[in-house]
Design a protein around this ligand. Structure first.
Ligand SMILES: [Zn+2]
Length: 315
């Protein structure tokens, strides 16, 4: 875990992308106030983040922003017991609905499960400890846009979902040209999407490019400039286009994902998550709604199969 200074007032706490849950966080401290953007997936990782931030802030922040509802961005909220938690209304409404700490801990304990998909998933959670987590839901919500004043420094919170999730927001600090993009930007890391559409996600990336920040703090992966948003856009456009060819030929999403040449994107972490993006394209080609329920077990099972397939190809 690394603390990166972006400007005198703006920092990022980056976790090396070693797979699921390795998210990033941000800190804005100006004058006498500070605000944290996103907490981590468990209490010990969030505590480590706080220890890094303590070297630069004047005291515990009175505001925490959650860019969206996934646990790797909000499970550590309880360590900021006195802070307001700010998120979009859609993010707040989804709190505690799909990702619940106790269920995650149960999953983590199933490394010897007969079901290979569950056992593999449990193994991927080895670095995380979901015990003791009490969800702390947002206390301040907004619909489209909210300006937050950090002792004279403005942070603009912009709802851009449903892209990666329904409640996605980005945090723009115009004065210093920094955007905390949450999981609207995955950098050198294969994106995963839950509720949302290609169109809205691409629009969200265009919005980021249009705001022209000098630095983007992605939800996962290293810091970047707008080239990070552009490259992710190209990935989506390419995957959607390739998916259409396979869809029109009546080929299943999993077989399509096995066939698609992911070119240099193979170097991104977790390339097998391609299936998430092919599945999303297929849902849209079928005309399914943006929030159609996702069969997570079936999807992870396919991702597992695709991983084995990609591994064999590379051997
Ligand atoms: Zn994330």
């Amino acid at each position: 875990m690394d603390l990166k200074k972006i400007t005198d007032d703006v920092y990022a706490c980056l976790q090396e992308d070693k797979g699921i849950g390795c998210s990033n966080s941000g800190l804005v401290c100006h004058g006498g106030r500070s605000m944290v953007i996103d907490t981590f997936w468990d209490l010990s990782h969030t505590q480590e983040m706080i220890s890094l931030y303590e070297s630069v802030w004047n005291g515990m922040p009175d505001r925490v922003v959650n860019t969206h509802v996934n646990g790797d961005h909000c499970f550590g909220n309880q360590l900021f017991a006195d802070a307001e938690i700010i998120a979009s209304r859609q993010c707040a409404e989804a709190f505690g609905k799909t990702e619940i700490p106790k269920l995650m801990q149960n999953l983590k304990d199933q490394i010897n499960a007969d079901n290979i998909v569950i056992a593999n998933f449990a193994r991927s959670l080895a670095d995380w400890d979901f015990s003791g987590i009490e969800l702390r839901a947002p206390t301040i919500t907004f619909d489209k846009y909210l300006e937050v004043n950090i002792d004279g420094l403005m942070a603009c919170l912009i709802h851009v979902g449903p892209a990666h999730t329904a409640g996605d927001i980005i945090v723009h600090i115009p004065e210093v040209g920094v955007i905390f993009a949450g999981d609207v930007v995955f950098r050198q890391c294969t994106p995963v999407g839950w509720e949302g559409t290609y169109k809205v996600w691409l629009d969200a990336l265009d919005k980021i490019i249009e705001l022209n920040p000098e630095v983007i703090v992605p939800g996962h992966g290293p810091l970047c400039g707008i080239e990070g948003a552009m490259e992710l856009k190209e990935y989506f456009i390419y995957v959607r286009q390739e998916s259409k060819v396979h869809f029109d030929a009546g080929i299943s999403a999993l077989e399509a994902a096995k066939n698609i040449d992911i070119k240099t994107y193979a170097k991104w972490t977790e390339p097998q998550r391609l299936l998430f993006n092919v599945e999303r394209a297929y849902r849209e080609f079928r005309g399914d709604p943006w929030n159609a329920p996702i069969d997570r077990v079936a999807l992870f099972s396919g991702v597992n199969e695709l991983y084995q397939h990609m591994k064999k190809q590379n051997d």
